[in-house]
Design a protein around this ligand. Structure first.
Ligand SMILES: Cc1ncc(COP(=O)(O)O)c(C=O)c1O
Length: 398
């Protein structure tokens, strides 16, 4: 009995051999405190009610399930459906997690939120909940991303957040996480509102929990509309939060194929991609064990994607486990394919997708022609693409 308890403790926060908490002795007690608050919140019906109320009344959930008749006609084969996280308040799935974590911060008596952001959608969602709940907010963002996702920097500022431009290293998402973690360690009064299913325990479990609403709704909506489950479920994978959010409701349905789409940037044959699961190796980054893209010295290597939300050299630990277990397949899509899918969704369906989400749409466009008419593909459209227009219009010749 005793040894079983010990084993449980050791395995806590692990997905197979991935996950865990590899942080300093200084930081661990704060993560323990966070975990205890999360566990008690999960047992509290009032917390669940408040979370559900805000998702409905503030975020606008449930988000729609949209059948793409035009794309299905042109590319099918199979039929395409989208789970419309782009229709949420602030325009992406990120708001689900920020509402959950901000409620937790409030429960813990914290008044200062800090967060990292790549595409700026998580930064905007964090600034939004900070305003809603009367908290201070500081967002760390790589200098490169400050420029390429400028509309979101304006939104964060309008909402009252301080945006700190991170100027070291590659000046993108990894460095933003470095800076946010450093600020979190230095200031015990802050609550680190992590934006993806990454980081040390309990973050991946917590983020999955708050994003699982996507999968729960999508499963129910799909069954109601089609009378059966989708044949394939697709999502883009940066850190992996929108993907694990929708996948979580289909993992036990063996007949449903599940596919995560990584950014192949300028091609997997170059050094300019961020396809961590496809090209990385097991290692430790930002306090957890997962697949990591590393250089010859074993350090996280420079990564690249046209998409600011996907260029991270690590990935959520549950995805590493799901790949090794064989339950989920991981593929990759290049910048060019993502931009092409962006154009197709704009022109055929009247929906402007985030570049991140366009990666998942691109994979759907590849497989639809191979499928028969009775087969269905469900893509998680994780966000809207207004923020990307400045970068994409020149690539569309406009
Ligand atoms: C719209 C959108 N989709 C996807 C992502 C990737 O994050 P994740 O893999 O955690 O869903 C981001 C990250 O910024 C995003 O803004």
């Amino acid at each position: 009995m005793k040894s079983m308890r010990k084993e449980d403790e050791v395995r806590k926060g692990y997905f197979g051999t991935f996950g865990g908490s590899y942080v300093s002795e200084q930081l661990q007690p704060r993560l323990d405190e966070l975990e205890a608050a999360f566990v008690s919140a999960m047992e509290d019906d009032l917390f669940a009610e408040e979370f559900a109320r805000l998702l409905k009344e503030y975020v606008g959930r449930p988000s729609a399930l949209t059948y793409c008749a035009n794309i299905s006609r042109e590319y099918g084969g199979g039929r395409l459906f989208l789970k419309r996280e782009d229709l949420n308040h602030t325009g992406a799935h990120k708001i689900n997690n920020t509402i959950g974590q901000a409620l937790l911060a409030k429960r813990m008596g914290k008044k200062e939120l800090i967060a990292e952001t790549g595409a700026g959608m998580h930064g905007t969602a964090t600034a939004t909940v900070a305003a809603l709940m009367g908290m201070g907010c500081t967002i760390y963002m790589g200098e490169v991303d400050v420029h390429r996702q400028a509309p979101n920097v304006s939104r964060m500022k309008a909402l009252g957040a301080e945006v700190v431009s991170v100027t070291h290293g590659q000046k993108t998402l990894k460095e933003a996480v470095d800076a946010a973690l450093e600020a979190y360690v230095l200031n015990p009064e802050t609550f680190y509102l992590l934006g993806s299913a990454v980081g040390p325990h309990p973050f991946p479990t917590m983020v999955r929990q708050f994003q699982s609403v996507i999968g729960k709704e999508a499963r129910e909506q799909f069954l109601e509309r089609e009378g059966k489950l989708p044949d394939q479920v697709l999502a883009c994978v940066g850190g992996g939060s929108n993907a694990i959010g929708i996948f979580s409701s289909f993992l036990d349905d063996r007949e449903v194929g599940i596919v995560g789409v990584e950014p192949a940037g300028r091609g997997l044959g170059t050094n300019e991609h961020a396809a961590t699961l496809m090209k990385g190796n097991p290692g430790i980054i930002h306090g957890f064990r997962t697949y990591v893209l590393t250089d010859e010295n074993g350090e996280p290597s420079p990564v690249y994607s046209i998409s600011a939300g996907l260029d991270y050299p690590g990935v959520g630990p549950e995805h590493a486990f799901l790949m090794e277990s064989g339950r989920v397949s991981y593929v990759s899509v290049t910048d060019d394919e993502a931009v092409d899918a962006f154009r197709v969704l704009c022109r055929l369906e009247g929906i402007i997708p985030a570049l991140e989400s366009s990666h998942a749409v691109a994979q759907a466009l590849k497989i639809l022609p191979e499928l028969s008419r009775d087969k269905t593909v469900l893509v998680n459209l994780s966000g809207r693409g207004d923020k990307d227009l400045d970068s994409v219009l020149p690539l569309m010749g406009l």
